[in-house]
Structure formats: structure tokens, C-alpha cells
Design a binder for this molecule. Structure first.
Ligand code: AKG
Ligand code: FE2
Length: 342
């Protein structure tokens, strides 16, 4: 528990219906899914965690420690650059929501003022002549890359890490499908041109009494299918449990934090839970994290899965077009997207 006493009550109120029962975040080793020895057994554990908590730690994921460390090192090197350099890659210059996001640009919780974190946002790197890019499809386009002369290892390292995240997201979706009594590949054609976002995040240390406007990341649920988070050893991620208490999700060496986003909750009629979480860095140290948000293809309709409806039960959510949902959530939380002409 790391509650400052200022925030809990107010933030808990608006999400009362979504609170769930959990006292700790389960840890699931998914090696038996990856090597094919026990996909059903892994899927059952993953689904249980998604149903009860909406968050799990994942080990046995096959991503090398070296690659994770290298990606963190590049993340730190990027944020260590002077603001004038980072501002050249400001996200407002991108037609596809890619690039540098300064402190307080983003506001994940509309009850707050803004987030005390800086970010660098990447996505599926599409060429300028890609038909969807030419057609101006929202969120489709090229990444913004720092000049190679400044950070030579940044692009190759981050591209390698991004590829591993995409692979792992596909593996987790196979587990989700099996856990939801669907064919293992059920999600595959809905996510083969995904609106995946890799974000590199930096949270400066916070001290003293922390006001709502100065949370590292305000209370929110994620917007997509699933999130794979690498966090450094500093800590600061909290989840809201069923009793309205914020509980810590501390770093576990070698494990990713995986959580369910809004679209998977909608798909499953809330059988899989999109759980509120936030970040407050009271460690006195710089904190870095790398969440990978895996969202379906822009044109995928997310509507209640028949396998998630009991006889006589009706869907709780209207169908949404995945890309429109994501674009709306981003516009609601990023100041630059709300400017005229953005
Ligand atoms: O930095 C973290 O630990 C989590 C960040 C997060 O929840 C998000 O970016 O959606
Ligand atoms: Fe999040």
C-alpha cells in the first residue's frame, strides 16, 4: 500500500461497479504455451487472473533479459537528451501519433490536471506509400526516430524489442482464446494489422505531499486489448482493488506485468476485467517503464463474444470500431490532439 491519503476516496467513487476481488497479482509462467507442452493449462491460469484481477505477472515469456536491459538503456539515453533535442520529435509533428510527449502533455485521468511523466510513442512503422497512410487513416504512419548520429543504437534496439512484444502479444492472445473456449487462433485475423503502441516512459521522482495534478500517471484503464509492461526496479505502479484500496504491483525480476484493456473487457462482456491503475513515483529516483499496448486492427468491430454470454444474458456494451475507440481515447487525454487543426 502506498496511498497518500489525498486521492483514494475521490477516484474510487466513479468506478464502483468495476471493482473486483483480489489481494495480490497472480504470477503465471507461460513456458508451456510457448513450447506447446501445456497450452490449455497455461490458458486456464491466464484466464483466471484476467477474470479475477485483470492483471498478472508473466514469466517464461521468451524475451531475453539482455534485450530488455538494452531497451531500458536506450530509453534512459533518450530522456537524458536536452529538451531542445526531444522537442524536435514532439508528437504534434506526427500525423500518426508518434514521437516525444513532454511532461504534463497527457492527462490519463480527466479528474486530474495532467501526468508528471514524459514519453516517447512508437507504433507499427508504416512507409509513407502504404495505402492506409496515403488514405490518411488515423494512427497509421511512420515512426518518429531520433537521428542515428545522436543515438545510434536506439532504433535497432527498440525495433527488436517491439518485434518481441508483438510476438508475445500474439502468444497471450492464443492463451486468451483458449481460456475463453474459442479456437486458439480466434483473434489472429482481428489483430494482423494492429494499432500496437510501444511507449517509453520516464517518471521523475515526486516528493512531499502529492497533489492530484502531479500524479505520474493518473488513474485509468488501458484502452486496447492487452498491455505488456516492463518496469524497472523502482516501483510505483498501483492497482485499485475491490475494497477501493490502492495496492502496489511491485517490480518482479524477469516478469512482465500484463493487464487487460477496455476492448478486451468489452469483447468478453467484462468477464476479463479492465482494472484501474496509476503510477506515483515516491522512490526519490528516476523511474522508467515500457508499456506495449496491443490493440486490434482499426477496422475490427469489438462486440460481445457469444462464448461470454450466458443463456438469456445480454451484452453490457455496444459494439465499437477498435480504431475509433482508440483515437477517441487518445484525443480525450492528449492536449495536442485537442488543438484546432490537430
Ligand atoms: O508506467 C507504468 O508502470 C504503467 C503506465 C500505464 O499504466 C500506462 O501507460 O497506461
Ligand atoms: Fe495503463
Amino acid at each position: 500500500m502506498a496511498d497518500d491519503g489525498v486521492l483514494g476516496a475521490e477516484l474510487a467513487e466513479e468506478l464502483r461497479g468495476r471493482r473486483i476481488d483480489f489481494h495480490e497479482v497472480p504470477l503465471v509462467d507461460i513456458a508451456g504455451l510457448l513450447d506447446g507442452s501445456d497450452p490449455q493449462g497455461v490458458a486456464a491460469k491466464v484466464a483466471e487472473a484476467c477474470e479475477r484481477v485483470g492483471f498478472l505477472y508473466v514469466t517464461g515469456h521468451g524475451v531475453s533479459d539482455k534485450l530488455i536491459e538494452a531497451a531500458f538503456a536506450q530509453t534512459k539515453a533518450l530522456f537524458d537528451l536536452p529538451l531542445e533535442a526531444k522537442d524536435r520529435w514532439h508528437i504534434r509533428h506526427s500525423s500518426a501519433h508518434r514521437g516525444y510527449v513532454p511532461l504534463f502533455e497527457e492527462n490519463t485521468d480527466p479528474e486530474d490536471t495532467a501526468d508528471k511523466k514524459e514519453a516517447f510513442d512508437l507504433g507499427v512503422d508504416l512507409a509513407a506509400d502504404d495505402p492506409d497512410v496515403v488514405a490518411g487513416k488515423p494512427l497509421h504512419g511512420p515512426n518518429t526516430w531520433p537521428e542515428a548520429a545522436l543515438l545510434p543504437a536506439f532504433r535497432p534496439t527498440i525495433e527488436a524489442y517491439d518485434a518481441e512484444m508483438r510476438r508475445l502479444a500474439g502468444d497471450l492472445l492464443r492463451a486468451f482464446a483458449l481460456g475463453l473456449e474459442l479456437p486458439e487462433q480466434w483473434f489472429a485475423d482481428k489483430v494482423d494489422r494492429p494499432l500496437a503502441q510501444l511507449r517509453l516512459l520516464h517518471y521523475p521522482p515526486q516528493a512531499g505531499r502529492i497533489e492530484r495534478r502531479e500524479l505520474g500517471c493518473g488513474a485509468h484503464t488501458d484502452y486496447g486489448c492487452l498491455t505488456i509492461l516492463a518496469q524497472d526496479a523502482v516501483g510505483g505502479l498501483q492497482l485499485l482493488n475491490s475494497a477501493g484500496e490502492w495496492v502496489d504491483a511491485p517490480p518482479v525480476p524477469g516478469a512482465f506485468v500484463v493487464n487487460i484493456g477496455d476492448q478486451m473487457a468489452r469483447w468478453t462482456n467484462d468477464r476479463f476485467k479492465a482494472t484501474l491503475h496509476r503510477v506515483i513515483n515516491v522512490s526519490g529516483r528516476e523511474r522508467y517503464s515500457m508499456p506495449y499496448f496491443f490493440d486490434p486492427n482499426y477496422d475490427t468491430w469489438v462486440e460481445t463474444l457469444p462464448s461470454c454470454l450466458a443463456p438469456g444474458e445480454t451484452p453490457r456494451h455496444a459494439p465499437v470500431l477498435a480504431g475509433e475507440w482508440l483515437a477517441q481515447r487518445l484525443t480525450a487525454t492528449f492536449t495536442y490532439r485537442q488543438q484546432p487543426g490537430a
